[in-house]
Design a protein around this ligand. Structure first.
Ligand code: FAD
Length: 402
């Protein structure tokens, strides 16, 4: 695997850098840096989306014929890396990276024509209705029922942990359309309009006090049959395709590296309580070095997956490996932050947002204010998109052949 950039790739990187230097707004960078949640709020995320859309770069992972850039896997990697190193917010994955590839792979022409441009323009904001109170890791046991009534389905049931459902006007949803067959075979994939009677969204606050996830209740909710993606009963195949993208659709290493660097900088002026600074503390240095090595190893694995994709293969079950390693590193780095700030790193500010003119004043520093809520929210990393145990099972079975 050749990891040196070609002259064309280096020129592309410079173009991306120049664009970011000019077009990435400072307050968006600040908003991203001061968001303790997994996703940034739409006021930050959608602003950045709009800047990229105007430039024509929002669909950086999309094929050209669908309105995307048609970039190579290496260009996408360069773009993600430069965005991470510039402090840009993570893009809202649910529309751009999860449902969009499903629509262009399994959808019909009318669905592609209608839905894809609305994702790029920001007109549609999506949430993911997969998990249910009794179906998380064992997703195929889902019970939300869709009963066919002429040219429409009538949905009843509930979805849980639905990220940003309170912001979304659309939800892609797995539903049970048949209970008389093997459980995986009775699932279909529907696109639900959230702005209709029968849908209620109840907030679930995270352990840090943030409103990021919800429970969504569906009572006689109507979905036209034309908003089913693929065939009836094909939902499980589509869900597996989507989950592979969810676990490995982005490179995590550059962002982790950026966050670790920010911590290293902060450690240079943070007292160790013994007259020196944390940056010189031996245990601190050991932990930073361990995290740095982990990030470098993850970077290599992610580059290998990119190289596979560039050679025409699908990302494959190795994405479970990157999800597992990235989640552990995320938590390791966020714990480092709590430890860096000592007692003041334990403050748990309840007010939101922590960016903008009306953000609450921190005790001592912004870094200290963010440390505990960020650490608490990042506990979710080893749960969402499939828990660490579930990823380990996939790796054991599909990667190691055990
Ligand atoms: C912050 C956050 C955001 C989320 N956002 C969304 C969203 O937008 N849309 C959505 O649909 N879902 C979302 N989820 C749900 C997430 O996908 C599920 O929480 C996850 O799949 C685990 O399911 P569960 O919570 O039901 O736990 P369970 O499946 O009940 O698991 C409980 C424990 O048992 C372990 N376990 C289960 N099965 C096995 C096994 N076979 N082998 C070994 N151990 C096992 C698990 O690892 C876990 O430790 C989100 C979750 C979180 C925390």
């Amino acid at each position: 695997m050749d990891i040196d950039l070609s002259p064309e790739e280096a020129a592309f990187r410079d173009e991306v850098r120049a664009f970011l230097a000019k077009e990435l707004p400072d307050d968006v960078v600040q908003g991203a840096a001061r968001s303790p949640t997994v996703f940034v709020e739409p006021d930050i995320g959608q602003r950045w989306n709009a800047v990229l859309h105007k430039k024509g770069w929002l669909g950086y992972q999309w094929p050209k014929e669908c309105g995307g850039t048609g970039w190579s896997p290496v260009q996408r990697y360069i773009f993600e890396k430069e965005c991470a190193l510039a402090g840009a917010p993570n893009l809202t994955v649910l529309g751009l990276k999860l449902v969009a590839p499903v629509i262009w792979t399994f959808g019909n022409e009318a669905q592609k024509r209608f839905y894809l441009p609305r994702i790029l323009s920001g007109e549609d904001y999506w949430c993911q209705g997969f998990s249910e109170p009794g179906a998380g890791s064992d997703l195929a046991s889902l019970q939300c029922r869709a009963v066919r009534d002429g040219d429409r389905y009538v949905l009843n049931g509930s979805k849980i942990w639905t990220t940003h459902a309170h912001h979304a006007n659309r939800m892609f949803c797995l539903v049970r359309t048949n209970s008389d067959v093997k459980k995986q075979a009775g699932i279909s994939f529907l696109l639900v309009d959230m702005n209709q009677p029968g849908i209620s969204v109840r907030p679930i606050l995270t352990v840090a006090g943030d409103h990021e996830v919800n429970q969504v209740f569906l009572e006689d909710v109507i979905v036209p049959v034309e908003d089913r993606i693929g065939d009836e009963g094909q939902g499980w195949t589509i869900a597996k395709f989507l989950l592979e993208n969810e676990r490995g659709g982005s490179c995590h290493a550059p962002k982790l590296s950026y966050d670790l660097e920010q911590l290293e900088k902060a450690a240079e002026s943070e007292s160790d309580g013994r007259g020196g600074v944390q940056a010189d503390d031996t245990d601190w240095k050991r932990r930073v070095a361990k995290a740095r090595l982990g990030i470098q190893a993850l970077d290599m694995i992610e580059l290998r997956i990119i190289s596979r994709i560039a050679n025409g293969s699908s990302p494959g079950p190795q994405t479970s490996l990157t999800k597992l390693i990235a989640s552990n590193l995320r938590q390791e780095i966020d714990l480092l932050a709590v430890d860096l700030y000592g007692v003041v790193g334990l403050q748990l500010e309840a007010q939101r947002p922590l960016y903008g003119n009306s953000s609450p004043e921190p005790v001592r520093s912004r870094g200290a204010q963010l440390a505990a809520p960020r650490y608490l929210n990042s506990l979710a990393w080893t749960i969402f998109g499939g828990t660490n145990e579930v990823q380990s099972n996939i790796i054991a079975k599909s990667v190691l052949g055990l």
